[in-house]
Design a binder for this molecule. Structure first.
Ligand code: EPS
Length: 392
């Protein structure tokens, strides 16, 4: 089974991670992972921290002469900002007298829920681990699974379809942009490559411009914006996942992966939201005979999954991100130390991180799909898995 763990505080020394269950023989280099880390740092609307960090991974174990060994892969990403937080984030020793205790919590952040649950005496303890900084390590680990998928012909991509008020007028406008590309098995890669050309990862220049204007406006007003990103997977074989048990349904696993990204509050698979209001005749993807005895569809409203199993069409899912909880024009809240009504704290933050969130969305689904792939085709090495896939 492919699984991973992350550790690290936002302003601690480093982020650490372990990926277990990757087959042997996969070619991987730190520079390949760094490219994805760089993509995660982009996007119009990011805050000051991204100017400090230049995320780069160090591979500590599990790889020899550029190929995975099948053993756990350990990674580390240094936090450049740590040198400015040595006293506040010291691992050992006494707390210095000039390091203030934080009692004021931000509505919408983990500040209140985590501080009270863990009985912290300092909201800083909650802030540090709840920070979206953790997603840097997730992207690093998941990129190795993504490389495995690319080597067997499965490609992942994403683009942003809404930022605050700026969105496409209709679904047809989006399909008009990506429809042509997504017929190819590497189509998702093309989508992502094109989206990377926009500062907000939006494929339409008009929507892109409106999104940037909207971010500029909230920035001026001391506010923040959320949005929606779409993740696509092309080249997916049929038969990944299973209907036999709830936790093996691939759409459940994919949803969990997307939902676990900070600030994501809803996930849609295919046309899930719209389908709930339509009759069945307008929802289910009708079938017709394809090449070599295959079964194809003219539509893909199911998002490429039926009964928790991939059907051989593209996977399509969306993540809905709420606006970031740190506002420069603070909301009303409570100081947990005094019990008094106060304004929330201003803390350096992003104004909009939807473009970064879409890159993280691409990453986090990779281990889910890679795991289902290895489960189906089996094998301890990439060579063996490829042979079994070819002969299936
Ligand atoms: C982030 C690093 C953080 C934030 C952001 C994402 O760095 P800092 O707290 O030092 O500015 O910029 O995290 C949040 C929005 C949050 O609420 O925690 C990153 O590396 O992506």
């Amino acid at each position: 089974m492919i699984r991973y763990l992350t550790a690290g505080e936002s302003h601690g020394q480093a982020l650490a991670g372990i990926l277990e269950g990757m087959p042997a023989g996969l070619e991987i280099e730190a520079s390949y992972i760094d490219h994805q880390l760089k993509r995660r740092q982009q996007g119009y609307g990011r805050g000051g921290r991204m100017k400090i960090e230049n995320d780069q991974v160090r591979i500590l174990s599990g790889v020899r002469y550029g190929k995975t060994l099948g053993s756990p892969i350990a990674l580390i990403i240094e936090n450049r900002d740590w040198k400015n937080w040595l006293e506040i984030m010291a691992v050992e020793g006494e707390r210095p007298v000039d390091v203030d205790y934080i009692g004021v919590v931000r509505p919408g952040h983990a500040d209140y829920s985590a501080t009270t649950k863990y009985r912290y005496d300092d909201v800083r303890n909650a802030i540090e681990r709840a920070s979206a900084r953790e997603t840097a390590m997730r992207v690093a680990l998941c990129t190795i699974a993504r490389k495995f998928l690319e080597d067997v012909g499965v490609f992942i991509g994403s683009h942003v379809i809404r930022i605050g008020p700026a969105s496409y007028e209709s679904r047809d406008d989006i399909d008009g942009k990506i429809g042509e590309w997504t017929h190819a098995s590497c189509g998702a890669y093309k989508v992502t490559e094109e989206a990377d050309k926009s500062e907000v990862r939006i494929l339409s220049p008009d929507v892109s411009e409106r999104a940037i204007d909207a971010i500029k406006e909230v920035k001026k007003a001391g506010d923040t914006l959320g949005g929606v990103f779409e993740v696509l997977v092309t080249g997916v074989p049929s038969g990944l996942g299973s209907h036999v048990h709830y936790d093996r349904k691939i759409e459940a696993q994919l949803s969990q992966a997307i939902m676990s990204i900070p600030a994501v509050k809803a996930v849609e698979i295919g046309e899930g939201f719209g389908n709930a209001g339509k009759p069945g005749s307008e929802v289910h993807d009708q079938m017709y005979p394809g090449e070599g005895g295959s079964v194809r569809r003219k539509t893909n409203r199911s998002g490429g999954i039926e009964g928790g199993i991939t059907v051989g069409e593209n996977l399509v899912m969306r993540g809905f991100m709420k606006p970031i909880a740190t506002l420069m024009k603070p909301l009303h809240t409570v100081d947990l130390q005094t019990g008094k009504a106060v304004d929330a704290r201003r803390e350096r933050s992003d104004f909009c991180a939807v473009p970064a969130c879409s890159v993280i969305g691409e990453a986090v689904i990779a281990p889910v799909i890679a795991n289902a792939f290895v489960e189906k085709y089996g094998g301890d090495s990439i060579e063996e898995i490829r042979e079994r896939y070819k002969n299936s």
